[in-house]
Design a protein around this ligand. Structure first.
Ligand code: AMP
Ligand code: MN
Ligand code: MN
Length: 350
């Protein structure tokens, strides 16, 4: 089936219809996503909020953590009820979980969602999927959950209002690192093209998402980059967020987004890491790779997951303890996978 100039695989059309079967007019739907929502989670929620509200459903966004300031420009008035998320989830007829298939990254909402009788999911993670049973539109080969929300609307022939198109574009833009990462598929660009045809203004979105930084974000970045350590022989590099840095710069976790791209951008680096202290005495590790290094596998060893080139995990203990364990695993991985380690011969000139 082809709609909006993009063809949709038959299994996605089937899955979209299964998800839509529970999205019946007048039902109350709570839209949610993983902790520390990113552009894909928020963009997918906002797009669905517009789509469902227009179809006569009562939709609310109920996230486990506040929506980062960076994405507030997308939010319709009154749509975000995350400050009373547990109650919204409990009162909903249907919970629609976006950009995650696991309970473990739903924070304080996990228990209420586990007990919900109707849980649908749209996601692109490689995951075992610990959500309660329910209709699923899950495709790890999709660049972003936003691509799948686009497919849902297309498959069901639901018209896409401009506000929804804009939100989906933000999801695609942010999850592909502004159309640079390995998930920038021809199809992702076709979907982005279809969204531009719906009137999305890419420059104003660039400005809102990437060029409206508070000063603290840049000062925080400078401080984190100071901690850079590189092991060029094996192509490993990492940075560490000093324990009180977010607080000192009035920053939130969202302000760290993209910093791990700097260690990854060093010539010869194939595996980059970012370490930071999070709540409950845990340490969050972000893994990024280039080439053949599979970071989903590495993150999985520490109870995390994600994609082959971008993954994460949270470990118990201090930053020093997390670094000891994760760096040992990283060194061993890079040593045992020599094809994934770089050759350091760089010739300049003729
Ligand atoms: P991040 O490093 O937080 O930007 O996350 C990179 C990717 O890894 C995203 O696709 C996340 O969904 C996934 N991810 C991050 N943290 C975790 C975690 N604790 N457990 C499982 N997957 C994670
Ligand atoms: Mn995400
Ligand atoms: Mn995503």
């Amino acid at each position: 089936m082809t709609t909006n100039g993009v063809s949709i695989p038959p299994e996605r059309v089937r899955a979209a219809r299964e998800v839509a079967a529970v999205l019946v007019p007048s039902r109350r739907v709570a839209l949610t996503t993983h902790v520390n929502a990113d552009g894909d989670g928020v963009g997918s929620e906002v797009a669905l909020w517009h789509l469902l509200t227009r179809r006569g459903l009562e939709a609310v966004i109920a996230n486990p953590t506040p929506i980062p300031e960076r994405f507030h420009f997308l939010l319709p008035n009154g749509a975000d009820r995350s400050e009373r998320a547990v109650r919204e989830i409990a009162a909903a007829d249907v919970v629609l979980v976006l950009d995650i298939s696991d309970l473990s990254r739903l924070g304080d909402l996990a228990r209420t969602i586990k007990d919900s009788h109707a849980v649908a999911c749209i996601d692109h993670h490689v995951s075992r999927g610990s959500l309660p049973a329910g209709p699923r539109l899950v495709a790890p080969e999709a660049a972003a959950t936003a691509e799948l929300v686009f497919d849902l609307a297309s498959a069901l022939e639901w018209p896409l209002p401009p506000e929804a198109a804009r939100a989906l574009y933000v999801g695609l833009l942010t999850d592909t690192g502004a159309f640079r990462f390995a998930n920038t598929s021809p199809r992702a660009l076709r979907v982005a093209g279809a969204l531009l045809e719906r009137g999305v203004d890419p420059e104003s979105i660039y400005e809102s998402v990437y060029a409206s930084a508070p000063e603290g974000r840049i000062r925080l970045m400078a401080e984190v980059l100071e901690t850079l350590v590189v092991e060029p022989e094996i192509g490993l590099a990492w940075v560490t967020v000093p324990p009180d840095a977010l607080q000192r710069h009035g920053a939130t976790a969202d302000d760290l987004d993209g910093i791990v791209e700097y260690p990854r951008s060093i010539a010869g680096v194939r595996l980059a890491l970012l370490f930071r202290q999070i709540a409950n005495g845990r340490v969050k590790v972000s893994f990024r790779s280039l080439g053949a290094v599979d970071v989903a596998e590495l993150a999985h060893r520490f109870g995390g997951g994600g994609h082959s080139k971008a993954a994460g995990a949270s470990l118990e203990g201090s930053i020093a303890e997390a670094q000891e364990k994760v760096l040992a695993a990283a060194r061993e991985y890079l040593g045992q996978n020599p094809s994934s380690t770089p050759t350091r011969t760089v010739r300049l000139g003729p």
